[in-house]
Design a protein around this ligand. Structure first.
Ligand SMILES: Nc1nc2c(ncn2[C@@H]2O[C@H](COP(=O)(O)OP(=O)(O)OP(=O)(O)O)[C@@H](O)[C@H]2O)c(=O)[nH]1
Ligand SMILES: [Mg+2]
Length: 211
């Protein structure tokens, strides 16, 4: 089944501060998660070729709600608040972490694929392992997107990529890691190809189950 997906047609659907209010429960759901300021919202803008679809900020803690973006009616991107942001009150910090935890807990059956966003400067850090472990435990497809590669040399990016691969090799033996940049658009077309593949597989599965 070949269906052309135009990522430029992506539309903001809604923001949620409670999981029980999310009223879209079928189709393909790709979630972008990672530390605050790692570049999740910027990636959504690059994939969709829209400068202001998802709100971006130099300061960490920009995304505070769960934002849904519909690529089409059965395919969407979910922008989560970042974790590990300590520059807000403990109350707010706990609320944001609870929202993230609830998202993964209550939507574990619905999530199709997890994009773990890691700033190349920081490499993989403590809270990222929660996502890696969750993906493994729930048998979810996990893809790592290494962001802001424009700030590093090619050699250094490759080094970081290999370090991450090695660090999680006992959990995922062959993880796919994309090097990306929203500045020079490195890796963006590869991500779109991957998204096409995920969507195509879903449709294949859907058709097989239907007939
Ligand atoms: N140089 C460079 N800067 C980037 C890139 N991607 C994002 N940034 C910058 O990093 C900062 C954070 O980007 P966001 O997209 O808001 O990050 P986020 O992960 O959504 O952050 P939260 O919503 O706080 O979790 C912004 O100043 C972006 O312009 C990139 O590929 N290269
Ligand atoms: Mg954001």
């Amino acid at each position: 089944m070949s269906k052309i997906i135009n990522y430029n047609n992506t539309l903001f659907f809604n923001s949620f501060n409670k999981i029980k209010n999310i009223n879209i429960n079928n189709g393909v759901e790709i979630v972008l998660t990672g530390y605050s300021n790692s570049g999740k919202s910027s990636l959504i803008n690059s994939i969709t070729c829209k400068k202001k679809l998802a709100r971006v900020s130099k300061k960490p803690g920009r995304t505070q709600l769960i934002n849904f973006f519909n690529i089409n009616k059965s395919f969407r991107l979910v922008d989560l608040p970042g974790y590990g942001y300590s520059n807000v009150s403990t109350f707010k910090q706990n609320n944001m972490q609870k929202l993230i935890n609830d998202y993964f807990y209550f939507r574990k059956k619905i999530i199709t694929c997890i994009f773990l966003i890691i700033d190349v400067k920081n490499s993989i850090r403590y809270l990222d392992y929660n996502i890696v472990n969750f993906s493994k435990l729930e048998n979810k497809k996990l893809i790592i997107l290494l962001t802001k590669t424009d700030k590093f040399s090619k050699t250094n990016c490759k080094k970081k990529k290999n370090i991450i691969k090695k660090e999680i090799s006992n959990i995922y033996s062959n993880i796919k890691i994309y090097e990306t940049s929203c500045k020079n658009k490195k890796g963006i077309s590869s991500i779109k190809n991957k998204l096409n593949e995920i969507y195509k597989n879903y449709n294949k599965h859907f058709i097989t189950n239907k007939y």
